[in-house]
Design a protein around this ligand. Structure first.
Ligand code: GLN
Length: 392
């Protein structure tokens, strides 16, 4: 019978990416899918220009160009304080998106349980289905999005093979404290389970919070698959460059999966990206300072116009509470998705409905991002003021 697979029918398209398409259709300011509207660092663009004529233009080594793997290994060595073998422990992927699905497919058998914090980045739901895993959701509780470690222990007791940690966390902006990671790590070791981390926002962390890499904690390297990307750190989301680093026997499995899924990431872009990894420490400080200013501008703006929101500890996302709007007669019966669609059409600003991130029934939050120039954020806030006027 000509019918698509149950697997393909088990999840929808990404609501995040769908909101970008709708936003483009209406010419709205897109604060839905998170990506910058400003240029990558000049050094990277210069490197890319050189690559155009000097190459490479053919396949790189499937597992990633050697010079890029070397650079990534050196970076990770500094973070984890131990040697990282670029030949056996590093895999270059097409974005952290591919790193995550490779990690999941490398460790999960059909029916295996995997813990996922809720709210979660929507890819993890599809990743679990594609890997045949069953998610166990651990709620992150507002306002600080803390969690009950006893639920994590219960998950491991029920046989969870792994736990996924997005740190800093999309969409709620939680930065996991070292103590929290140590507690989860101790359980993962005790139950001989894996930790899969997605650390793409590692540099977007706001004082007083600091980022701790799970694999850097004592005894955790052997249990952790670190997934990361160059997208956010170097403002090159369209280059689709990510990586996975972990113990050799797991990376060995991930390499095979990656090979047959994609063969490899774009060779010219890998070559240019080596330059990104050579940027001085001051680059990362400036990046943090840049986003700290954007966050301040956005949060102060939302306060001024009277929209309620969370305080993100990291990432470039903010969750806005739309409960008061949904109580207005004109929005009676609206889902958060319908509200976001209305917002694109009538307000000219695109957001992501919160329900796409929560396992629980949540209909009262929308996610905005602030990876935009100050002019764009000013215009977006001006438009959102029209929205806020409805509840004044
Ligand atoms: N991480 C970004 C977001 O959540 C974009 C991810 C993506 O679309 N690959 O909006």
């Amino acid at each position: 019978m000509r019918r698509v697979s149950d697997r393909a029918e088990a999840f929808t398209d990404s609501v995040i990416r769908r909101m970008t398409r709708i936003s483009d259709e209406y010419g709205a300011i897109n604060l839905s899918q998170g990506f910058p509207d400003f240029d990558p660092p000049r050094e990277i663009l210069d490197a890319l220009e050189k690559v155009v004529y000097a190459g490479p233009h053919q396949y790189s080594i499937t597992f990633g160009a050697k010079n890029l793997r070397d650079a990534l290994a050196r970076k990770h060595e500094k973070t984890v304080g131990r040697q990282v073998d670029p030949e056996t422990e590093v895999l270059v992927t097409c974005g952290s998106t591919e790193a995550m699905i490779c990690a999941m497919m490398s460790i999960c058998n059909p029916g295996d349980k995997v813990m996922v914090f809720s709210p979660f980045y929507e890819n993890y739901g599809a990743d679990a289905i594609l890997a045949g895993a069953e998610p166990i959701y651990i709620p992150l509780v507002p306002p600080d999005y803390g969690f009950d470690i006893r639920l994590v222990e219960q998950g491991f007791r029920e046989g969870a093979k792994a736990i996924i940690i997005c740190n800093p966390s999309n969409p709620c902006g939680k930065v996991f404290l070292q103590e929290e990671l140590e507690a989860i790590g101790a359980l993962a070791v005790a139950y001989d389970a894996f930790v899969v981390t997605d650390e793409v926002y590692e540099y977007l962390v706001y004082p007083p919070y600091t980022h701790t890499c799970m694999a850097s904690l004592p005894g955790m390297y052997e249990h952790t698959i670190t997934c990361n990307s160059l997208s956010k750190t170097y403002s090159i989301t369209g280059w689709r460059l990510g990586y996975l680093i972990g113990p050799a026997e797991i990376v060995e499995a991930a390499k095979k999966i990656h090979d047959f899924l994609t063969v490899g990431a774009a060779a010219p872009l890998q070559e240019a990206a080596v330059t990104a990894l050579q940027l001085p420490d001051s680059y990362y400080e400036e990046l943090r300072a840049l986003y700290t200013r954007k966050r301040e501008y956005m949060l102060t703006g939302l306060d001024r116009i009277g929209l309620k929101h969370n305080i993100p500890q990291g990432t470039y996302f903010v969750l806005v509470d739309i409960r008061e709007f949904l109580e207005l007669p004109q929005f009676a019966g609206y889902t958060d998705l319908e509200f976001c669609e209305w917002m694109i059409r009538e307000i000219g600003v695109a957001a992501v409905p919160g329900s796409s991130f929560f396992h629980e029934e949540v209909n009262h939050l929308i996610r905005l991002h602030f990876a935009r120039s100050e002019d764009t954020l000013r215009e977006a806030l001006k438009r959102l003021e029209k929205l806020a006027a409805l509840i004044r």
